[in-house]
Design a protein around this ligand. Structure first.
Ligand code: SF4
Length: 486
């Protein structure tokens, strides 16, 4: 599973906004490692710098020192094969109006064919759904060029309510920063403040709260599903872009399981604590006699710590991770993926030998990683391997901004629990229940998107993406062929 994009924006006259944006998207690097970019406005001109690669590769001191202004947005992108090129790097820019506008997108739209027609784009012309939105906004924006209210806000209000699917956007024109979330709030977006509450020096938007922390901004609140926030010299204003019956909070539950940084707060809950509680509840739900609890690093670590604490089995390290291998490695086939796992993880033989191991991981999608891990642990002398997974079985593809395999490649969609146990060659296996997962998150009254676990898609999946039951027509390959994700 691959996350798909981090977004950031800052309005701070008198501050070095390019440096703040660099720090912000650096903190969001885990959400996308294929390309990085930022757009900076000085009120007259918007300058865009973007390229393939990690944030620290794309930007250096020399690049940043040439970017001056009071307002900026930034983006880190993950895409799948075939669409990873410079043209799709963001922010997307359109030279419309006084200085043009720029946007950064996290998510995936689900009804784009009609939007492509409305934007006057030819099929095949577009590289991504973010491009479609940029083109729609550009035509709306240029039509409003002579109106008194010529800023981007009018175009946003006209275009965004017609979009379907998952989107958290940051946008900017010469003078304003905008943030908007889809009416289900699939992807996170929060507002922060620079300076004191009674004397703000600037405002910040970010996918995750650590991007506020690193630049010294205070967390103010999460944007509500369907909300548009407009930030400018006059301050911060907000309006709901969608009808009440269209709005239903459905933050992606996998932000808690895997995607978000452990130090991120979502719905008032710190992700690390939620992951630790997942492990604790999993230990109560699926206990086993063992000598050591270990994690598949890194995202399995908090749940493994929780499992160890609740089971009174010592926690230990069984695998060493090579931290210098990026997530951009393209794995063309199964063998190459197995080799990639071997390159990334190596067992600690002395810790493992002769021990009954509880191995905790956050999810099983295809099974490549976990199969390699189990094989490694057995070869290193592990006496027993008991697998515990801190998410329920992942049995349905995601259409809301996460790159997942087609249903035929999802292990849990095609095997019973016992078949999975035998396939992975483990002594026992258990997944946390959905009820326990939600209890571990501990955000009472909050509902989540859990479509990849239940098949209950909050936003209908259009026919052009195929029938979710028909594994030949869906999944990231078909999705990407139709519209490369962002
Ligand atoms: S389908 Fe799964 S991964 Fe996609 S948004 Fe919903 S919970 Fe998240």
């Amino acid at each position: 599973m691959k996350e798909a994009c981090g977004v950031f924006g800052v309005f701070a006259p008198g501050r070095a906004v390019a440096q703040l944006t660099f720090d912000g998207i650096y903190a969001l690097q885990h959400r996308g490692q294929e390309s990085a970019g930022m757009a900076v406005s000085d009120g007259q001109t918007i300058t865009v710098v973007k390229d393939m690669g990690l944030v620290a590769t794309v930007f250096d001191e020399r690049t940043l020192s040439g970017l001056h202004g009071h307002l900026a947005i930034g983006h880190t992108r993950y895409s799948t094969h075939g669409s990873s090129d410079w043209n799709n790097a963001q922010p997307a820019y359109r030279p419309v109006g006084r200085a043009g506008f720029a946007l950064g997108h996290n998510g995936n739209l689900t009804e784009t064919e009609s939007l492509i027609k409305r934007a006057g784009m030819l099929p095949g012309m577009t590289a991504s759904d973010s491009d479609v939105v940029a083109s729609l906004l550009a035509s709306e924006f240029s039509e409003r060029g002579n109106e008194e209210r010529a800023e981007l806000a009018g175009a946003i209000e006209a275009v965004i309510p017609d979009l379907a699917g998952a989107f958290s956007f940051v946008l900017m024109d010469a003078d304003h920063l905008y943030g908007v979330r889809d009416p289900h709030g699939f992807r996170p977006l929060c507002l922060g403040r620079l300076g004191a509450e009674d004397a703000p020096e600037g405002w910040v938007l970010a996918s995750e709260s650590p991007a506020l922390d690193v630049i010294g901004a205070a967390f103010v609140r999460e944007l509500s599903p369907g909300e548009l926030v407009t930030i400018g010299a006059e301050g911060v204003s907000s309006r709901q872009l969608f009808d009440t019956d269209e709005v239903a909070d459905r933050l992606c539950i996998f932000e808690f399981v895997y995607f978000a940084r452990p130090d991120t707060r979502l719905h008032g809950v710190e992700v690390h604590g939620a992951r630790r509680r997942m492990g604790e509840l999993l230990a109560r739900q699926a206990p086993v006699e063992a000598d050591m609890v270990m994690a598949v690093p890194d995202s399995g670590v908090p749940a493994a710590e929780g499992y160890a604490r609740a089971s009174n089995i010592p926690y230990g390290q069984g695998l060493v991770k090579n931290r210098y291998i990026g997530r951009t490695f393209i794995d063309p086939d199964h063998q190459a993926r197995m080799n990639a796992v071997r390159r990334k993880l190596n067992p600690l033989r002395d810790n493992i030998e002769g021990k009954r191991l509880v191995v905790v991981d956050d999810s099983i999608v295809r099974s490549t990683t976990v199969r390699s891990v189990v094989k490694m642990l057995r070869e290193a002398g592990g006496a027993e391997v008991h697998l515990r997974i801190s998410s329920p079985p992942f049995a349905w593809p995601c259409f809301y901004g996460i790159d997942t395999p087609r249903r035929s490649e999802l292990l849990a969609a095609n095997m019973s629990l016992e078949e999975i146990r035998r396939h992975l060659d483990v002594d026992s296996i258990a997944y946390i229940s959905l009820e326990n997962l939600k209890e571990a998150i501990g955000a009472p009254g909050v509902d989540f998107c859990d479509a990849c676990l239940t098949g209950n898609y909050p936003v209908p999946v259009p026919v052009s993406f195929g029938d979710p039951e028909d594994d030949g027509a869906i999944g990231s390959a078909a999705l990407q062929a139709a519209l490369p994700g962002v």
